[in-house]
Design a protein around this ligand. Structure first.
Ligand SMILES: C[S@@+](CC[C@H](N)C(=O)[O-])C[C@H]1O[C@@H](n2cnc3c(N)ncnc32)[C@H](O)[C@@H]1O
Length: 220
Protein backbone atom coordinates (compact mmCIF):
# COMPACT_ATOMS: atom_id res chain seq x y z
CA UNK A 1 0.00 0.00 0.00
CA UNK A 2 1.26 3.46 -0.86
CA UNK A 3 2.07 5.98 1.84
CA UNK A 4 1.20 9.62 1.34
CA UNK A 5 4.02 12.13 1.17
CA UNK A 6 3.15 13.31 4.68
CA UNK A 7 3.55 9.91 6.26
CA UNK A 8 6.64 9.36 4.11
CA UNK A 9 8.28 12.44 5.57
CA UNK A 10 7.73 11.19 9.07
CA UNK A 11 9.07 7.77 8.13
CA UNK A 12 12.16 9.15 6.40
CA UNK A 13 13.10 11.42 9.26
CA UNK A 14 12.29 8.94 11.99
CA UNK A 15 14.18 6.15 10.26
CA UNK A 16 17.26 8.33 9.90
CA UNK A 17 17.06 9.34 13.53
CA UNK A 18 16.91 5.74 14.71
CA UNK A 19 19.21 4.00 12.26
CA UNK A 20 22.50 2.85 13.69
CA UNK A 21 24.60 1.88 10.68
CA UNK A 22 22.97 1.39 7.28
CA UNK A 23 19.89 3.61 6.96
CA UNK A 24 18.81 1.55 3.99
CA UNK A 25 18.22 -1.51 6.06
CA UNK A 26 14.48 -0.97 5.78
CA UNK A 27 12.34 -0.96 2.61
CA UNK A 28 14.77 0.85 0.38
CA UNK A 29 17.52 -1.64 1.07
CA UNK A 30 15.69 -4.22 -1.02
CA UNK A 31 17.17 -2.66 -4.18
CA UNK A 32 20.77 -2.83 -2.97
CA UNK A 33 22.94 -5.28 -4.87
CA UNK A 34 24.04 -8.32 -2.93
CA UNK A 35 27.69 -7.35 -3.42
CA UNK A 36 27.11 -4.00 -1.76
CA UNK A 37 25.38 -5.64 1.19
CA UNK A 38 28.32 -7.98 1.57
CA UNK A 39 30.64 -4.97 1.50
CA UNK A 40 28.62 -3.49 4.37
CA UNK A 41 30.12 -6.08 6.68
CA UNK A 42 33.61 -4.67 6.14
CA UNK A 43 32.83 -0.98 5.57
CA UNK A 44 33.77 1.39 8.41
CA UNK A 45 30.87 2.91 10.36
CA UNK A 46 29.98 6.47 9.30
CA UNK A 47 31.35 9.17 11.63
CA UNK A 48 28.07 11.06 11.52
CA UNK A 49 24.74 9.32 10.99
CA UNK A 50 22.85 10.12 7.78
CA UNK A 51 20.25 12.87 8.19
CA UNK A 52 17.83 10.88 6.05
CA UNK A 53 17.62 7.22 5.04
CA UNK A 54 18.41 5.91 1.57
CA UNK A 55 15.38 5.78 -0.68
CA UNK A 56 16.15 5.64 -4.38
CA UNK A 57 14.59 8.05 -6.85
CA UNK A 58 12.63 6.01 -9.44
CA UNK A 59 14.36 6.08 -12.84
CA UNK A 60 11.47 7.96 -14.48
CA UNK A 61 11.89 10.73 -11.91
CA UNK A 62 15.69 10.76 -12.39
CA UNK A 63 15.10 11.20 -16.12
CA UNK A 64 12.69 14.08 -15.53
CA UNK A 65 15.05 15.82 -13.06
CA UNK A 66 17.87 15.71 -15.62
CA UNK A 67 15.57 16.86 -18.44
CA UNK A 68 14.43 19.82 -16.35
CA UNK A 69 18.08 20.66 -15.59
CA UNK A 70 18.61 21.45 -19.31
CA UNK A 71 22.08 19.96 -19.21
CA UNK A 72 24.73 21.20 -21.61
CA UNK A 73 28.15 19.66 -22.35
CA UNK A 74 30.00 21.88 -19.85
CA UNK A 75 27.70 21.24 -16.91
CA UNK A 76 28.98 19.54 -13.78
CA UNK A 77 26.42 17.75 -11.63
CA UNK A 78 26.60 17.12 -7.90
CA UNK A 79 24.08 14.78 -6.29
CA UNK A 80 24.00 15.56 -2.57
CA UNK A 81 23.28 12.30 -0.80
CA UNK A 82 23.82 10.18 -3.90
CA UNK A 83 22.62 6.84 -2.54
CA UNK A 84 23.39 4.12 -5.09
CA UNK A 85 24.64 6.71 -7.60
CA UNK A 86 21.82 6.39 -10.10
CA UNK A 87 21.49 10.14 -10.78
CA UNK A 88 25.17 10.79 -11.48
CA UNK A 89 25.51 7.59 -13.52
CA UNK A 90 22.46 8.50 -15.62
CA UNK A 91 23.77 12.04 -16.16
CA UNK A 92 27.09 10.69 -17.45
CA UNK A 93 25.49 8.02 -19.63
CA UNK A 94 22.81 10.22 -21.21
CA UNK A 95 24.56 13.59 -21.40
CA UNK A 96 28.27 12.71 -21.27
CA UNK A 97 28.87 15.25 -18.49
CA UNK A 98 31.03 15.14 -15.39
CA UNK A 99 29.28 14.37 -12.13
CA UNK A 100 30.11 13.87 -8.47
CA UNK A 101 28.00 11.93 -6.00
CA UNK A 102 28.43 12.61 -2.28
CA UNK A 103 27.11 10.37 0.46
CA UNK A 104 27.89 10.15 4.14
CA UNK A 105 27.17 6.42 4.36
CA UNK A 106 30.12 4.22 3.35
CA UNK A 107 27.77 1.44 2.25
CA UNK A 108 26.12 3.78 -0.23
CA UNK A 109 29.52 5.03 -1.37
CA UNK A 110 30.69 1.50 -2.16
CA UNK A 111 27.40 0.70 -3.88
CA UNK A 112 27.57 3.87 -5.99
CA UNK A 113 31.21 3.26 -6.94
CA UNK A 114 30.23 -0.24 -8.08
CA UNK A 115 27.42 1.21 -10.19
CA UNK A 116 29.83 3.70 -11.76
CA UNK A 117 32.27 0.91 -12.54
CA UNK A 118 29.58 -1.37 -13.98
CA UNK A 119 28.26 1.46 -16.18
CA UNK A 120 31.76 2.24 -17.47
CA UNK A 121 31.52 5.94 -16.61
CA UNK A 122 34.46 6.15 -14.21
CA UNK A 123 36.15 8.72 -16.46
CA UNK A 124 33.21 11.10 -15.83
CA UNK A 125 31.86 10.25 -12.38
CA UNK A 126 33.44 10.46 -8.94
CA UNK A 127 31.82 9.23 -5.72
CA UNK A 128 32.99 10.78 -2.44
CA UNK A 129 32.15 10.02 1.17
CA UNK A 130 31.27 13.36 2.76
CA UNK A 131 28.71 15.19 4.86
CA UNK A 132 26.98 17.45 2.35
CA UNK A 133 26.78 20.27 4.88
CA UNK A 134 30.57 20.62 4.87
CA UNK A 135 30.96 20.95 1.09
CA UNK A 136 31.98 23.82 -1.16
CA UNK A 137 29.45 23.38 -3.96
CA UNK A 138 30.77 26.08 -6.28
CA UNK A 139 32.28 23.53 -8.68
CA UNK A 140 28.79 22.43 -9.70
CA UNK A 141 26.40 23.98 -12.20
CA UNK A 142 23.60 21.50 -11.49
CA UNK A 143 22.68 20.16 -8.04
CA UNK A 144 20.26 17.31 -7.45
CA UNK A 145 18.61 16.65 -4.10
CA UNK A 146 16.42 14.00 -2.54
CA UNK A 147 16.78 14.78 1.14
CA UNK A 148 14.05 16.41 3.27
CA UNK A 149 12.50 19.92 3.22
CA UNK A 150 14.38 21.06 6.32
CA UNK A 151 17.66 19.68 4.95
CA UNK A 152 17.14 21.61 1.69
CA UNK A 153 16.68 24.76 3.78
CA UNK A 154 19.84 23.98 5.76
CA UNK A 155 21.76 23.76 2.46
CA UNK A 156 20.59 27.18 1.26
CA UNK A 157 23.70 29.15 2.36
CA UNK A 158 25.89 26.74 0.36
CA UNK A 159 23.52 26.69 -2.62
CA UNK A 160 23.31 30.50 -2.71
CA UNK A 161 27.04 30.63 -3.52
CA UNK A 162 26.60 28.67 -6.77
CA UNK A 163 27.32 30.53 -10.01
CA UNK A 164 24.49 32.51 -11.57
CA UNK A 165 22.39 30.26 -13.78
CA UNK A 166 23.14 27.08 -11.85
CA UNK A 167 20.13 24.81 -11.52
CA UNK A 168 18.90 22.99 -8.43
CA UNK A 169 16.49 20.06 -8.78
CA UNK A 170 14.78 18.46 -5.80
CA UNK A 171 12.76 15.27 -5.79
CA UNK A 172 9.55 15.63 -3.76
CA UNK A 173 10.74 18.33 -1.36
CA UNK A 174 10.56 22.08 -1.63
CA UNK A 175 12.96 24.66 -0.18
CA UNK A 176 11.03 27.06 1.98
CA UNK A 177 11.93 30.66 1.22
CA UNK A 178 12.97 29.99 -2.40
CA UNK A 179 10.36 30.20 -5.16
CA UNK A 180 10.77 27.39 -7.73
CA UNK A 181 10.80 28.35 -11.42
CA UNK A 182 9.20 25.05 -12.34
CA UNK A 183 7.33 22.24 -10.59
CA UNK A 184 6.48 19.03 -12.43
CA UNK A 185 4.66 15.90 -11.41
CA UNK A 186 5.77 12.46 -12.54
CA UNK A 187 3.63 9.35 -12.43
CA UNK A 188 5.62 6.18 -11.92
CA UNK A 189 4.55 2.65 -12.76
CA UNK A 190 3.59 1.02 -9.44
CA UNK A 191 5.92 -1.51 -7.91
CA UNK A 192 9.28 0.01 -8.77
CA UNK A 193 11.83 1.04 -6.16
CA UNK A 194 11.16 4.34 -4.42
CA UNK A 195 7.60 4.22 -5.67
CA UNK A 196 6.04 4.24 -2.21
CA UNK A 197 6.95 7.91 -1.54
CA UNK A 198 4.25 9.62 -3.56
CA UNK A 199 1.73 12.39 -2.93
CA UNK A 200 -1.97 11.78 -2.39
CA UNK A 201 -2.51 11.68 -6.18
CA UNK A 202 0.13 8.96 -6.62
CA UNK A 203 2.67 11.35 -8.16
CA UNK A 204 6.28 12.27 -7.52
CA UNK A 205 7.12 15.97 -7.70
CA UNK A 206 10.25 17.66 -9.05
CA UNK A 207 11.10 21.24 -8.04
CA UNK A 208 13.54 23.41 -10.01
CA UNK A 209 15.30 26.61 -8.93
CA UNK A 210 17.79 28.72 -10.87
CA UNK A 211 20.48 30.64 -8.95
CA UNK A 212 19.90 33.33 -7.76
CA UNK A 213 16.43 32.16 -6.82
CA UNK A 214 13.52 34.48 -6.18
CA UNK A 215 12.57 34.69 -2.51
CA UNK A 216 9.23 33.13 -1.70
CA UNK A 217 6.77 35.06 0.41
CA UNK A 218 5.82 33.30 3.62
CA UNK A 219 2.27 31.98 3.61
CA UNK A 220 -0.11 34.28 5.56
C1 LIG B 1 16.61 9.70 -0.03
S1 LIG B 1 18.26 9.13 -0.41
C2 LIG B 1 18.52 9.79 -2.06
C3 LIG B 1 19.49 8.97 -2.89
C4 LIG B 1 19.72 9.47 -4.30
N1 LIG B 1 20.08 10.88 -4.32
C5 LIG B 1 18.50 9.27 -5.16
O1 LIG B 1 17.77 10.26 -5.37
O2 LIG B 1 18.26 8.13 -5.59
C6 LIG B 1 19.25 10.23 0.62
C7 LIG B 1 20.72 9.86 0.72
O3 LIG B 1 21.37 10.91 1.44
C8 LIG B 1 22.38 10.35 2.24
N2 LIG B 1 22.66 11.30 3.33
C9 LIG B 1 21.89 11.58 4.42
N3 LIG B 1 22.45 12.56 5.15
C10 LIG B 1 23.59 12.93 4.53
C11 LIG B 1 24.60 13.91 4.79
N4 LIG B 1 24.54 14.72 5.85
N5 LIG B 1 25.63 14.00 3.92
C12 LIG B 1 25.70 13.17 2.83
N6 LIG B 1 24.78 12.23 2.53
C13 LIG B 1 23.73 12.11 3.36
C14 LIG B 1 21.81 9.02 2.70
O4 LIG B 1 22.83 8.12 3.08
C15 LIG B 1 21.04 8.58 1.45
O5 LIG B 1 21.83 7.75 0.62
Amino acid sequence: MKSTLFSSLILLAASAAHSQTSPAASDAGRSAPVAAEAAAATAPAPEKKPDVIFVPTPQAVVDEMLRMAEIGPKDVIYDLGCGDGRIVVTAAQRYGVKAVGYDIDPVRVQEAREKVRAAGVGHLVRIEQADVFTLDLTGASVITLYLLPQLNVRLMPQLARLRTGSRILSHNFDMRGAKPVEVRHVTVEPGGDGDFFVDEDGNHTVYKWVVPWEPEQAAP
